[in-house]
Each structure stands twice: as C-alpha cells, then as structure tokens.
Design a protein around this ligand. Structure first.
Ligand SMILES: *Cc1c(COP(=O)(O)O)cnc(C)c1O
Length: 377
C-alpha cells in the first residue's frame, strides 16, 4: 500500500500529462513557456484571487513574499509551532526573528489566543516589531483566518497564508490561497496539488505586487531593461514541464479528486470514531486532506501502533515529531516548552494514515481493521 499513491494518479491522467509534456519538449520553451502563463491565470481564477506568480518551490514562495514586503532584521514573524520547518525558516532566511506560537489541538492549526499572547510578549519585551504572521492550512484544513486577520489588523501586521498543504480547502465559499495579504503554496509531489518535482506559487491582490514578484523571482530584473537589476531577488521559476503536469492535475482536483478524498476521510472517520481521536473539521470549513491524522492516547501507544502497521505493510507517518521551538537550528532561543503544550501533545500522539484520492474501500478497510487490532494488543 502507498502512503500517497502518485502512480495511480498518473495512470488516471497519463494521456493528458504525456501529451502536455510532449508539447513542451516540441516547443523548446522550457523556461516561462506558455503553459506557465496559462497555469498562473487558471490558478488565480481557481481560488478567486487577482494575481498568481509561480516559482520554484513552496519555501521560495514564502521567502519571496517576505522579500516583497521588505521584512527583515528587527521584525518579528509569528508562525505555528507545529508545521513543516519552511514556515519558520523563511523568516530566518530574510533575517527576521521567528516567534513560534502554540496550536489548537482540535484543528492542529495556529491558536488565535496563543497568537495574541505571543504578540503581547514581544511588544512588552520591545526588541522586535511584530510585522507578520504566517498561519498554516495544516493537513489541508484552512487556519482560523478570520480571527487571525482581526488580530493582525489590530497590531498592524501582515498575514501570509501558508497554503503549501492547503490547496483545495475552503471556508464557506472562500478558497485556500485567497486568505491573508498574500498566500503561498507548494507543488511538491505529495501535496494536494503536486507536480513531478519542485514547484510553488504566490497569490496577491494587486498588479504592483504581481510585477514586483516577477522581478524578485528573476534576480530583481528590470521591466524595461532586463539587464538592469533593480533589486536583490533570487532565481526561482516554475519549469514549463511542471506547469504542463499541473494543468491536467488542477482539472482532476476540481473534477473529482477533492470529492474522492473527502469521501475517503468520511469512511476513515466512520470506522475509527471512538477508537482514536479523529480529525475535526470546524463548521463551514472544507479540508483538502493533505493528511488524515489521528491522535492516539500516548507516545508509546502511537509508536507501537505505527510499528505494528508497518509490519503489515501499511505505511504511516509522524507529522511532525517536534515543534519549531525544539529544532536544533533554534536551540539558542531557549523557548520554554510551557508555551507549547498542544504542540508537544500533538508531536507525541499524532499519526497520519495513508491518504489520497485513489484510496479504495478495501484499502480503508485494511488500514482501519489493522489499526483496531493493533489497539487491542
Ligand atoms: C511543503 C511545505 C512547505 C514548503 O514547500 P516546498 O515546496 O517543499 O519548499 C512550506 N510550508 C508547509 C506547511 C509545507 O507543508
């Protein structure tokens, strides 16, 4: 069994993907070819945001947005403690100070109350200016964007939605990648919308930001004279081949993959409710299920279950085994564990099960009955 079955998806979309890639090879337009332009227009329309600029990966999408806003030394950037490292690393890359914030254990997303407390602490301490917050749509579920936007607004902070795992999620009829002052996503193969290598995109509201990002992703090149570099940027573009892969994948995501993965989630929850703590989707929210993650009772139970499932050929993952505040790269900060009780709880008890739109009823039955048996031991 595959944790995320990319081969099944390729078999389903093979004809279109192969034809799309062949078109690129024939055209010879490997960098910023017409498929990149078409994809950017489709993505912006798909999430209902004015502008989309693609780039080389999700990490760069975050860094480029912080560069766009001029965030750097002296600025505090607030991030959830429980996330993939890039959410925090991007702030350090531009020289800003990362401030990890605890999560809400029922959604695994940034806790707005903990955010307010962290902002107050930073203000009182007076060393850094609260400049931005990066809420993550973890495991496909949008963060509490309305509350976070209100808090950020009160403190004059920018909001960067990290939708690397969130593409396809919604709050009401508002789409992931349309929240915050800007949004970043990733097309890493295992994400809800993935390509066949690295890829990423940034979503913004104005033509001016769009133009600046296009300059920043091409080493700060000028618009009139491309050899007059007007600012410091980086080389970060989406390959035309990857855009050709993403075009049919975006169509499939909207046509049936999101329905299929939500159906798989419902079946998991039906079979597992009462046995383990199943994921909770708040009223009005829709997840794109980058992961289906359950909470076991303890670290030893979780580790035992993972081992038993592995012996039966069922792959599971621990996303994530440690919080940002526990990363060696930030050891000098000495952030106390007491600030992050929910992150620590999650790192000890979480387990992500095989999840993708091509999961069969038989796969779900295999996983849930094996999990049930493992818990009886
Ligand atoms: C994957 C991921 C990123 C980084 O994306 P890459 O394309 O791998 O650079 C950033 N944030 C989160 C939450 C992610 O899951």
């Amino acid at each position: 069994m595959q944790f995320r079955d990319l081969r099944a998806q390729y078999q389903a979309l093979k004809a279109e993907i192969d034809a799309g890639m062949a078109d690129v090879l024939t055209s010879g337009q490997f960098i910023l070819g017409r498929q990149v332009t078409e994809l950017e227009a489709r993505l912006a329309q798909d999430v209902n945001r004015a502008y989309c600029v693609t780039c080389a990966n999700g990490t760069d999408a975050l860094v480029l947005t912080l560069m766009l806003w001029g965030i750097g030394p002296g600025d505090a950037v607030f991030v959830p403690d429980f996330t993939y490292f890039a959410t925090a690393g991007c702030a350090s890359t531009v020289g800003a100070e990362v401030i990890p914030v605890d999560i809400d254990l029922s959604t695994f997303n940034l806790c707005p109350d903990a955010l307010e407390a962290a902002i107050e602490r930073v203000k009182q301490q007076g060393q850094y200016r609260p400049a931005a917050v990066i809420p993550v749509d973890l495991f496909g579920l949008p963060a509490a964007h309305d509350r976070i936007a209100a808090i950020a607004g009160k403190h004059g902070m920018r909001v960067l939605e990290d939708a690397a795992q969130g593409y396809g999620g919604q709050i009401g009829n508002r789409h992931a990648c349309s929240f915050g002052d800007a949004a970043a996503t990733s097309f890493f193969p295992a994400k809800p919308l993935g390509c066949y290598g690295d890829g990423g995109a940034i979503f913004v509201d104005s033509a001016q930001e769009d133009a600046l990002l296009r300059s920043l992703r091409a080493n700060g090149r000028g618009v009139e004279d491309k050899y007059d570099n007007q600012r410091i940027g980086m080389n970060s573009r989406l390959d035309t081949l990857q855009a050709a892969v993403l075009l049919p994948k975006l169509k499939a995501l909207r046509q049936y993959e999101l329905d299929a993965i939500n159906q798989a989630a419902r079946k998991y929850t039906q079979a597992l409710e009462g046995l383990v703590q199943t994921p909770k989707i708040p009223e009005g929210y829709t997840s794109s299920w980058a992961q289906y993650s359950v909470l076991l009772e303890s670290r030893s139970q979780r580790d035992g279950v993972q081992k038993t499932l592995k012996e039966q050929g069922i792959p599971t993952m621990v996303y994530y085994p440690r919080g940002v505040h526990q990363q060696t790269a930030y050891a000098s900060r000495h952030w106390p564990d007491a600030y992050f009780p929910n992150t620590i709880e999650a790192t000890n008890r979480i387990l992500s099960l095989p999840m993708h739109p091509y999961l069969t009823d038989a796969d779900i039955e295999t996983v849930t009955s094996a999990l049930q048996k493992a818990l009886q031991n």
